[in-house]
Design a protein around this ligand. Structure first.
Ligand SMILES: Nc1ncnc2c1ncn2[C@@H]1O[C@H](COP(=O)(O)OP(=O)(O)OP(=O)(O)O)[C@@H](O)[C@H]1O
Length: 315
């Protein structure tokens, strides 16, 4: 049990700066969703955690200790480029990988059987990997990351290309591993899935973390939005009764979405709305991660680059 700390990583490929001081941590028992646009630096970060790449500066620690070769053997990794031997049989390959990580023959076979069953590829154990569909190859790839019972999981886009049933199976496995105390770090572009599955989310842009926190904490960055509905009121884009200290950002019939310009001005709106008639809805909008992500990335694009700062939304 412990925390995986990614601390101040920088990395350049020639003149291209891929990471500019990336820092965040993944705690024991949590699923951490790592999101960001193409080329933002997710795979580079994960490769450094695994020791496949060396950073120019910065450090990765597990339970307070720098991650060394021995510790890396206890990480389960799913690389973006995948890494199975296409001509090797599924079962043999998983046993081989477990043996490489130091499990006995009997332990390796038992683990292979467990994970192929859990992931629904037990009937394919005798097949060459290349004969499986891409989705089933991905299930085997996850089995390969899990077969040595790792203490940490680092998965690069494990959900890409999976059908909905496979997504459910994989989500269940990640949750079960996290519940067993494993920190689970995975990257994804499927933000709805990340929102549903993750305990915390980190948004990376241009090699630096822009925001880290629970989805609820990310909602507190930027302007909160509220919705108010007074049926029967005028359908002007901004009705005259709406006070000036809010900004109307959307309207659908009598239902208005707005952002307070000053703290508490949503209450002024409520009072003004009640003066118009019956208020059938007044609530803070729970914006989906997809929108929060766009806001964070848009603000980042508008701002002069200061790669050393990240918004830490977590308490
Ligand atoms: N081997 C390499 N040689 C040169 N540049 C690289 C190499 N690997 C990555 N890069 C560059 O580093 C930056 C970060 O890439 P990285 O693959 O880490 O991003 P990513 O967030 O994983 O992207 P994606 O979502 O597309 O997988 C990009 O600008 C990429 O072009």
């Amino acid at each position: 049990m412990g925390t995986l700390e990614i601390d101040g990583l920088t990395k350049s490929y020639g003149s291209r700066k891929a990471l500019r001081g990336t820092s965040f941590d993944v705690r024991s028992g949590e699923i951490f969703g790592f999101v960001g646009s193409n080329g933002a630096g997710k795979s580079t970060t994960m490769r450094i955690v695994l020791g496949v790449l060396m950073p120019d500066a910065g450090e990765v620690r597990w339970a307070g200790r720098p991650v060394d070769h021995a510790l890396r053997r206890r990480i389960g990794y799913m690389p973006e480029e995948r890494g199975l031997y296409p001509k090797m049989k599924v079962g043999e390959q998983l046993v081989y990988l477990a043996r490489l990580h130091g499990l006995s023959k009997a332990e390796s076979v038992a683990s292979m059987e467990r994970w192929t069953s859990t992931l629904g590829v037990d009937e394919r154990r005798e097949d060459e990997v290349q004969k499986l569909s891409l989705g089933n190859q991905q299930r085997v790839q996850l089995a390969a990351a899990l077969v040595h019972d790792p203490e940490i999981l680092v998965l690069d886009e494990p959900f890409s290309g999976l059908d909905p049933v496979a997504v459910d199976v994989m989500s269940g496995v990640l949750r079960e591993r996290a519940d067993a105390g494993v920190p689970v770090l995975f990257s994804s572009h499927q933000l709805e899935l990340v929102e549903a599955l993750c305990d915390r989310v980190g948004i990376i842009a241009a090699g630096a973390m822009d925001a880290v926190g629970t989805v609820e904490e990310l909602r507190s960055i930027g302007n909160p939005q509220w919705v108010v509905d007074v049926p029967g009121t005028s359908d002007a884009s901004t009705p005259a009764w709406v006070p000036d200290d809010v900004r109307v950002v959307g309207r659908s019939g009598s239902r208005i979405t707005f952002e307070p310009r000053t703290p508490g001005s949503e209450q002024t709106v409520l009072r003004a709305a009640l003066a118009q008639g019956d208020v059938t809805e007044f609530a803070r909008v729970r914006r989906p991660l997809t929108e929060l992500y766009r806001d964070v990335v848009r603000v980042d694009a508008d701002r002069p680059t200061d790669p050393t700062t990240a918004t830490e939304a977590s308490a």
